[in-house]
Design a binder for this molecule. Structure first.
Ligand code: G1P
Length: 292
C-alpha cells in the first residue's frame, strides 16, 4: 500500500448544539479564531502534511463552508482594483489550486464512524487523515505532519493522543498501550467514552487520525454504540485485531473549540500570538488585570 497520504477527511456535519443559538444558521466550523475560520486552520494543517484531496462530509445547511473554499472573482476584482494586495493574496491562498475539494452529504446524523464511512467512495483504497475541526492544535510541527512521519515509518494507522484528567474520560475515546518509546506506542485496546472507573488509562484520542483503508470494512460491520451512533472508536477496536495501530503523544497545545471555554482560550492565545495584534492585545489584557 502507498505510504504517501494524499487524502484528508473532515467530518463537518454536526449541529454544534453546544454553541446554540450561534450555530442555528451558521456552522461552528466557520467560527473565526482571530481572522481565519476553524475549518481553514484544519485545511492548512492537512495540506501542509501532503493532502491533495480534501473530503468534507457535510450536511445541506452548511453550504457556507463550500463557499469559503470556492474562488470569488467579484471579491478578488474589488480587492485588486482597490490595491489591497495582501488581502487579495489571503483570499486567493485559502486553498492551493492543486488541491481538490469534494463535498459529500451525510444524510442522517449517525455519528463519526458513519461520517467517515460516507467518505469511502471518494477516499478509495488509500491511507487517509481524519481531522476533527473542533480540536485546534498549536505546535511547531503541525500535528498531522508529526503523524504522517509515524505512518511513513510504520505503515500503520496512527491516533493522536494526550493525557486527560481522570474525570474527563467519558468525553473521549480512551486507549491502553504497550510502551514503544519517543511518544509512540502500540494500541492494545480502545473504548469510546468510558466512565473513569472503566477507563483503561487516561490517554485520550484527540481529533487527528491516520487510517488505513481497512477501516472501511470494519466500519461497515460496526453496529451502533455509544449515543446510538456508529463510532469510529469501535471500528478501530476491530482494526487492532488485524493490524497494528499506533498512538502518538503529539507535541503541541490542543484547544477544544467545541466548547465555549476552549474556544475563548484559543481566541485569546492566538490573538496574543498574532503578529499584528500581539503588542496591543497584550497591553489591553494587562490593563484588564490591573482593573480587576
Ligand atoms: C469524537 C470521538 C472520540 C474522540 C473525540 C476527540 O468524540 O468519538 O473518540 O476522543 O472525538 O475530540 P466527540 O468529541 O465527537 O464526542
Amino acid at each position: 500500500m502507498s505510504l504517501k497520504i494524499r487524502v484528508a477527511v473532515f467530518p463537518v456535519a454536526g449541529r454544534g448544539t453546544r454553541f446554540l443559538p450561534a450555530t442555528k444558521a451558521f456552522p461552528k466550523e466557520m467560527f473565526p479564531i482571530v481572522d481565519k475560520p476553524l475549518i481553514q486552520y484544519a485545511v492548512e494543517e492537512a495540506v501542509a502534511a501532503g493532502a491533495e484531496k480534501l473530503i468534507f462530509v457535510t450536511c445541506a445547511s452548511k453550504s457556507v463552508i463550500e463557499d469559503h473554499f470556492d474562488s470569488d472573482s467579484e471579491l478578488e476584482r474589488e480587492l485588486r482594483e482597490s490595491g489591497k494586495i495582501e488581502l487579495l493574496a489571503s483570499v486567493k491562498e485559502i486553498v492551493p489550486s492543486t488541491v481538490a475539494c469534494i463535498y459529500i452529504q451525510q444524510e442522517i446524523p449517525l455519528g463519526l464512524g458513519h461520517a467517515v464511512l460516507c467518505a469511502r467512495p471518494a477516499v478509495g483504497d488509500e491511507p487517509f487523515f481524519v481531522h476533527l475541526v473542533d480540536d485546534l492544535i498549536y505546535s511547531q510541527t503541525p500535528c498531522l505532519e508529526q503523524m504522517r512521519r509515524c505512518y511513513e515509518y510504520h505503515g500503520s494507522s496512527v491516533l493522536a493522543v494526550e493525557a486527560v484528567l481522570a474525570d474527563q474520560t467519558a468525553d473521549y475515546g480512551i486507549i491502553a498501550t504497550e510502551e514503544e518509546g519517543l511518544g509512540l506506542s502500540r494500541v492494545i485496546s480502545i473504548v469510546e467514552k468510558p466512565n473513569p472507573e472503566d477507563a483503561p488509562s487516561n490517554l485520550a484520542v484527540v481529533g487527528r487520525y491516520v487510517l488505513t483503508p481497512t477501516i472501511f470494512d470494519k466500519l461497515s460491520a460496526t453496529d451502533r454504540g455509544v449515543n446510538n451512533e456508529i463510532q469510529l472508536t469501535d471500528a478501530i477496536a476491530n482494526l487492532i485485531v488485524d493490524e497494528p495501530v499506533y498512538a502518538l503523544l503529539f507535541e503541541g497545545l490542543r484547544y477544544d473549540c467545541g466548547n465555549k471555554l476552549g474556544y475563548l482560550k484559543a481566541s485569546i492565545e492566538y490573538g496574543l500570538r498574532h503578529p499584528d495584534l500581539s503588542e496591543a492585545f497584550t497591553a489591553y489584557l494587562a490593563g484588564l488585570n490591573k482593573e480587576s
